[in-house]
Write a protein that binds this ligand. Structure first.
Ligand SMILES: [Zn+2]
Length: 116
């Protein structure tokens, strides 16, 4: 699949929603922090997002050792309803606050976005 295909198909971000109170979650949640429910349902959001902040990871978790240092971004993703997630930016670590990004995929539990 060429990288140009991403223009024709808007990506969707795989958020989840509390089945009881409707709270949205980007990262997987097991207990709702709003109402303590343990029931969640899929709630795909618009995959376009905006960088809120970025930071450089120099001491990564055990599953990413050997990759440091790398950039992670805090991204607000979704439309009218959005969630804030921590993500990696593919191929372009130089994004900054307010830059638009698009969700690519989730790999090994890590969200990947690309600059647009
Ligand atoms: Zn809830």
């Amino acid at each position: 699949m060429s990288e140009f295909d991403s223009d024709s198909e808007p990506s969707q971000f795989p958020a989840t929603r509390c089945a009881d109170c409707g709270a949205l979650y980007g990262h997987e949640a097991f207990v709702c922090r709003e109402c303590s429910s343990e029931e969640f349902e899929d709630a795909p959001l618009d995959g376009s997002g905006t960088v809120y902040a970025r930071t450089t990871i120099r001491v990564p978790g055990s599953d990413q050792q050997g990759e440091e240092p790398f950039e992670v971004a805090v991204v607000d993703v979704g439309g009218a309803e959005s969630v804030r997630v921590t993500a990696r930016i593919e191929d372009n670590p130089e994004v900054g606050p307010e830059d638009p990004v698009e969700f690519v995929e989730r790999r090994d539990g890590v969200f990947y976005f690309e600059a647009v």
